[in-house]
Design a protein around this ligand. Structure first.
Ligand code: GLY
Length: 383
């Protein structure tokens, strides 16, 4: 397949069919851009398909900063998007504001969490410190002996979740309905660069051309960027998840400790995640990963030990050294947009990234200040 940069070349060619790529395809197609997306495997086969779907900016934040506000905006975008995707793609992405209980098993954690409740309430957010008996009232699983082991919990009712693989499928389906073209099983092998432009994307089926190329290839983004002479030091950070079966004993809310999170999904399954490991590109679950999660979950709530193990898997989060995403035009390469390396926050920030990237693809200034996430910060001379 050889596509010329003539009238049949799309405006935008997106490399990577995870949540970021599919969100850009959807928002871009909504804005009238002619979009093509390619993925070497299947849509959502990478980190997005493995993610537990946490929308948890409050529980993940240790201090108020731009990234905290960015995460809140990302969470708000999900609330707008979910009904839209139900309407356009007929898929329920299981957006649920189930709230998160960040449990403290030690006084040291409780001190930190009480402090977080104060600064987060100061920013107008719901964040309440609960004593153990209040935790038991909210979450009956902690009504008995399990509650006695707690020092308390930070209750964050505005946090939520989605079903991540479903979100990716819904974005892809809605993008196609809006005219986007998606090719699965078509890997990008390299970027073809001439001077300050990417002139095409090489694939086993030939070179694809487009006005603009978007690199949203997750943990594989660094290697592809290198083929265009760009420094993008993305590394894979593996996260393992165990899925438990539960019809009656599932907690009502997402439980979160210093060791793991336990997320009851809409169909009754319970996801326990997630490890953070450097293991190269090997995404297979390991005995020690599964053990770590099992101990974390049962230490939090011993009753979880009675649930059946349905399956387990691993995914590769794409991470830069500063653990922040990169969203912006590649330095020295005027038609290459980088939108990748969202680390633990790909699902949370995917739709918002899709919206902001589309603004840039339309030649506008993004409606959020993206300078903290700019490619310039990655320049070897700036590190
Ligand atoms: N955002 C949760 C995780 O990456 O495990």
């Amino acid at each position: 397949m050889q596509h010329d940069a003539g009238h049949d070349a799309p405006d935008v060619l997106i490399v990577g069919g995870g949540v970021i790529g599919c969100a850009i395809a959807y928002y871009g197609a909504c804005a009238g851009l002619r979009v093509t997306l390619i993925d070497g495997e299947r849509i959502g086969a990478g980190a997005s398909g493995a993610a537990a779907g946490m929308l948890a900016p409050q529980v993940e934040a240790h201090q108020p900063d731009d990234f905290f506000d960015f995460g809140l905006a990302g969470r708000a975008e999900h609330a707008r998007l979910a009904p839209q995707l139900l309407d356009e793609a007929g898929l329920d992405v299981e957006y649920r504001q189930t709230g998160i209980l960040r449990l403290a098993l030690e006084e040291r954690e409780a001190v930190d969490l009480r402090g977080r409740a104060i600064w987060q309430r100061g920013r107008g957010l719901a964040a309440e410190w609960l004593e153990p008996d209040q935790v038991g009232t909210l979450e009956p699983a902690f009504g008995g002996a399990a509650g006695k082991r707690l020092v308390g919990a930070l209750w964050l009712p505005e946090e939520g979740q989605v079903r991540s693989p479903r979100l990716v499928q819904a974005l892809a389906a809605a993008a196609i309905r809006r005219g986007a073209v998606l090719h699965e099983g078509l890997p990008a092998t390299s970027l073809q660069r001439e001077g300050d432009r990417v002139t095409g994307v090489r694939t086993p089926a030939g070179v694809l051309r487009a006005g603009t190329v978007v690199l949203a290839a997750g943990a594989w983004s660094g290697a592809l960027a290198a083929t265009a002479g760009l420094h993008l030091p993305v590394e894979p950070i593996k996260g393992q998840i165990i899925v438990l079966g539960s019809l009656r004993r599932a907690p009502r809310h997402i439980l979160w400790s210093g060791e793991c999170y336990v997320a009851p999904k809409a169909d009754g399954l319970v996801m326990v995640g997630a490890t953070e490991e450097r293991a190269g590109f090997d995404r297979r679950p390991t005995l020690s990963g599964v053990l770590q999660l099992a101990l974390g979950a049962t230490n939090l709530l011993p009753e979880l030990g009675r649930l059946s193990v349905e399956t387990q898997w691993g995914g590769l989060r794409p991470a830069l050294p500063d653990r922040l995403p990169v969203i912006g035009w590649a330095a020295g390469c005027e038609n290459l947009l980088l939108a990748t390396a969202h680390f633990r926050n790909g699902v949370l920030l995917g739709p918002l990234t899709g919206k902001l990237a589309t603004e840039m693809l339309l030649g506008k200034a993004p409606s959020w200040d993206l300078s903290p996430y700019s490619p310039e910060r990655l320049s070897p001379t700036r590190q």
